[in-house]
Structures are given as structure tokens and as C-alpha cells.
Design a protein around this ligand. Sequence first.
Ligand code: A3P
Ligand code: MG
Ligand code: MG
Ligand code: MG
Length: 332
Amino acid sequence: MMSVFAAERNVAINAVLQASKVCQEVFKKLVKNETITKKDKSPVTIGDFSAQAVVNTILYKSFPNDPIVGEEDSEALRGDAGKELREKVLSLANSVLDEPLDETKLLDAIDRGSHPGGSQERMWTLDPIDGTKGFVRGEQYAICLALIVGGNVQLGVMGCPNLPVDFNNPEGERGCLFIAERGQGAFQRALSSTEETQIHFADISSVSEATFCESVEVLHSSHGDAAQIASILGITKPPLRMDSQCKYAAVSRGDANIYLRLPTRADYEENIWDHATGFILVQEAGGKVSDINSKPLDFSLGRTLKANKGIVVAHPKIHPKIIEACSKHFNK
Ligand SMILES: Nc1ncnc2c1ncn2[C@@H]1O[C@H](COP(=O)(O)O)[C@@H](OP(=O)(O)O)[C@H]1O
Ligand SMILES: [Mg+2]
Ligand SMILES: [Mg+2]
Ligand SMILES: [Mg+2]
């Protein structure tokens, strides 16, 4: 089958590569007190704002009519209070863009991500830094961009600047790019190369042999519930903990077998930008994604996955067993 979104794929790859460069640059210079705490108590850095400005600017040049559902907005960069931050973000964004932005264009670019989402024909969703806490710690984070058409994720590109290219050689080269288009398979590149290698889920028939991944942050996913579900499944290997959608990439290339994201609060709605890219990557690598009740993820309802609770990812052969264990655990 021919690629339907070849132009979008190329533009998205370039956008994520440029944003990845900016994030790596920021990390070298980042000092802890440059982290701002948002209303939901989560951190945001100059890296998040710069990466969103870069991706939105590159998308706009090729696809000016496409709405963008992005995580960040420019509020903290406005007025006198935002001057210092605004100047830093402007210079970082311009360091990778062909045509430099001025301050007004910078703020406009960031705020082009404020679309409410929904089921319209086409929209992009962007997490400029997913796993900001991992980024600040010098651990895993990801730049995640996806194209959603009529509520269906069609394309995803994920930059993972700190992820080892080869899981079995953790001291070797770091920095990966993952690309998936519906019906076209899932691919990995090193950030340093344009050569693409197709990736697949590891084949597994016995759940008890599995390794599962989960968040580092216990407020994002309940470690306690995961440990009990793992015990129901007879899993004895320790969990692979990492921040960001790198977890979706890890299962997609067979580093681990299961990704569990278990609600820590009844009222939390997952954001579409936290999952869209990982979702298509997993499907194209031969995996299955659902929520903890086995419901498919619904990206057509706005900025959040309001119809879903938690996330369960695994090879289709073992996915039903994990859902069964979740239901046993949560309904006991
Ligand atoms: N209570 C909660 N439950 C689940 N996810 C949460 C959460 N609070 C924040 N998050 C999300 O968890 C994401 C990170 O996930 P992970 O733990 O897998 O790295 C954050 O993305 P950002 O880092 O982009 O803000 C944030 O959107
Ligand atoms: Mg955030
Ligand atoms: Mg995120
Ligand atoms: Mg983010």
C-alpha cells in the first residue's frame, strides 16, 4: 500500500528533529530554577515552549490550515513578567528555524496549539516535551507529534533524544526517532542518521515471562496497583520505569512487553498529546492499545481522552489476559 501522508511524514520528521535539537541545547544550559510550575502543579521549561514554537512554525509553513492541539500556551511568556523567558525562547527557536520569528510571531506560533480538538477532518497534536520531569532529571523524554484525521490517528513521529539506539547496549549511542504511518509499519532511526529500520513487538506467549513498563512518577500511574496486577499474572521481572512516551517506543521495539498506566485519581482525564503518537507506533509495530476496561482510545472528543481510563498496551496474544487481571484487581 502506498503512503497517503508522505508529505506530512517528511514535514513532521523535520519538525521533531529540529525540536529535539532545541531540547538538547536547553538541557545543556538548564538550571533548576528555570522550571516554572503550572496550574496543575506540573513543571514546564524553556525547552517545552521553544519546542512547541519550532514544531508549530514548521507545520504552519506546509499546512497553514491544519489545527494544532498542543500542550503549552504563551501566557507565561507575555508582558513584563515574561520578558526574560520570552527572549530566551525566541533565541532558542530561531537557532533552528530557517526564517527567524519576532516576538509577536513567536507567541502566535505557540498559541496556534490552543485548538480544542474534536472529530474534524484533520488536526495535529503535539507534546513538545513529554516527560518534562524526566527531561529535567536528565532521563527519558520525548517530542511527540501526531496527525489525527476524523478522530483516527494516522501518523506519529516521536523524538527520544536520551533513549539508547540499542536497548542491549545502554552505554552506546543515544537519540532515537520513531515514525509510524497507518498501514505502513513502524520504524526507528538514530537521530544521527536517516536510515530507517522496521520495528516490531517481541513475540511472547507466556505472560508470566513478561517485563512491563510504567511511569517513574507514581502520581501519573499507580505502582501499587501495577505490582498487584503483575502478581495476578505471575510476572516476577522488575518493572522497567521510564518517563514519557518512550514507554510506547520501548514495547514497540521489544525492549519490554507490556505498558501499564493505571489511574491514580478517578477524575483524571489523559491528554490526547500524551498518547496519540505512542498509540499509532504500537499499532504499526503489531501491538494492541486499549484503556484498562479494554475500550479503544477515543481521540475525537476534544483535548482529552475523556471516555477512557488508564492505558494497557501489549502484544494482542496476551492483551486479553492483562485486561482480565485489571478487571479482577479493580473490581474485587
Ligand atoms: N495524575 C496524572 N495521571 C496521569 N498522567 C498525568 C497525571 N498528571 C500529569 N500527567 C501527565 O503525565 C505525563 C508524563 O507521563 P509519564 O509519567 O509517563 O512520563 C505528563 O506529560 P508532560 O510531561 O508532557 O507534562 C502529564 O501530562
Ligand atoms: Mg506538561
Ligand atoms: Mg506529556
Ligand atoms: Mg509535555
